[in-house]
Design a binder for this molecule. Structure first.
Ligand SMILES: NC(=O)c1ccc[n+]([C@@H]2O[C@H](COP(=O)([O-])OP(=O)(O)OC[C@H]3O[C@@H](n4cnc5c(N)ncnc54)[C@H](OP(=O)(O)O)[C@@H]3O)[C@@H](O)[C@H]2O)c1
Length: 275
C-alpha cells in the first residue's frame, strides 16, 4: 500500500478502464474479482457507468475499493469542475469518490488554479477522499503548489520504460506527491524492445511483467489495462524484482516517447465527454 499525505492508502497496482471494450461492466467486474482494488476511470472514457455497476454488483464492500475518476480538459475552471464532479458522481451512481483528479492541465495557469480551488472545496466538503492531478509536469505542479491550501496528493502521468519523465517524477516524489503510471505497458509499443525481451528471457517472464516491475521499483503505481481475464490476472500477480543493474539498463534504453498528447501542446481537436 502507498499512503497519501492525508493517510488514504492506495494499492500498489490499479486497473485502467480506458477502452475497456463493449462489455466494460463485465471487464471491470472481472478485474475486481481478480483482486484489483484500485479502479481508474474518467469522465471522458465513457466507463464511469460500467465502473459503478461493477462496484455495486461485485460483492466487495465499497470501502475496500478505491475508485478514481477525472475531470476532462473541457470541464476545467471552478464552476465547470464542480458541475463535472456532480455529473461523474451521477454516472458512477455513488455518493462519494475516493480519488478525484484534474485529467490534464489547461495550458493556462489561472484556469488551473481555479480548477484546483474547486478540488479543494470538494475535498473540504468530504465528497472526495483525496484530490490530485494528471499529466501535470513540474511547472504545472509548481503553479498549484504556490497558492494551494490542500496540496495535490497524486499526479498520474504516462510512465513506462520508453518514457521516463524523470524531472516530473523526481519533483513530485520529492514533494510528497504519490505518482501513478498510465500506459505502464507502453500500450504495446515495447513488446519487441530487445533489452526488455532479454530481461524477460533471463527472468523467465514477459516484457509486460518487466515493465510493471520497473514502474513499481521506480516508486509509481502502475495502472495496466486489459480486457482479458487471463492477462489482467497475470499483471496483478507479476512480482519479479529487478536488480539495480537491470533498472539502469532500462533507464538507459532508447526512449520511444509519449504516446498521446503533450500537456503543453494544444490538441488538434478535443474529445467530448460522453453523457
Ligand atoms: N491520465 C491519463 O491521461 C491517461 C491516459 C491514458 C491511459 N490512462 C489510464 O491508464 C490505463 C492504462 O493505459 P493504456 O490502456 O493506455 O495502456 P497499457 O495498460 O500500457 O496497455 C494496454 C494494452 O496492453 C495490452 N495488455 C495488457 N496486459 C497485457 C499482458 N499481460 N500481455 C500482453 N498484452 C497486455 C492490452 O490488451 P488486452 O486488453 O487485449 O489485454 C492493451 O492493448 C488506462 O486504461 C487508463 O485508466 C490514463
Amino acid at each position: 500500500m502507498k499512503r497519501l499525505r492525508n493517510g488514504l492508502e492506495l494499492p500498489e497496482i490499479g486497473f485502467g478502464t480506458y477502452k475497456a471494450g463493449a462489455n466494460d461492466t463485465e471487464v471491470v467486474t472481472e478485474a475486481i474479482h481478480a483482486g484489483y482494488r484500485l479502479i481508474d476511470t474518467a469522465s471522458v472514457y465513457g466507463t464511469e457507468r460500467a465502473v459503478g455497476k461493477a462496484v455495486r454488483a461485485c460483492g466487495i464492500s465499497r470501502d475496500a475499493l478505491v475508485i478514481t475518476t477525472k475531470a476532462w480538459r473541457t470541464e476545467l475552471g471552478y464552476d465547470q469542475v464542480m458541475r463535472a464532479f456532480e455529473r461523474s458522481l451521477g454516472r458512477l451512481d455513488m455518493d462519494y469518490i475516493d480519488l478525484y483528479l484534474l485529467h490534464w492541465p489547461a495550458r493556462d495557469d489561472d484556469v488551473d488554479r481555479d480548477s484546483w480551488r474547486a478540488m479543494e472545496r470538494l475535498y473540504d466538503e468530504g465528497v472526495v477522499n483525496a484530490i490530485g492531478v494528471s499529466n501535470y509536469l513540474t511547472h504545472h505542479l509548481q503553479n498549484i503548489l504556490a497558492v494551494c491550501n490542500v496540496l495535490p496528493m497524486v499526479d498520474q502521468i504516462e510512465f513506462h520504460p520508453g518514457y521516463l519523465q524523470q524531472d516530473t517524477v523526481e519533483f513530485a516524489l520529492n514533494n510528497g506527491i504519490c505518482m501513478e503510471a498510465w500506459s505502464p505497458l507502453g500500450r504495446q509499443r515495447l513488446n519487441e524492445e530487445p533489452q526488455l525481451l532479454a530481461l524477460a528471457a533471463s527472468h523467465g517472464t514477459t516484457v509486460q511483467a518487466i515493465c510493471l516491475a520497473f514502474v513499481r521499483q521506480s516508486g509509481l503505481i502502475p495502472l495496466p489495462k486489459s480486457s482479458s481475464a487471463e492477462r489482467m490476472r497475470e499483471n496483478l500477480k507479476s512480482d519479479i524484482t529487478l536488480t539495480s543493474e537491470e533498472m539502469d539498463i532500462i533507464r538507459g534504453m532508447l526512449q520511444c516517447g509519449w504516446s498521446g498528447e503533450h500537456p503543453d501542446v494544444a490538441p488538434d481537436k478535443d474529445v467530448k465527454v460522453p453523457d
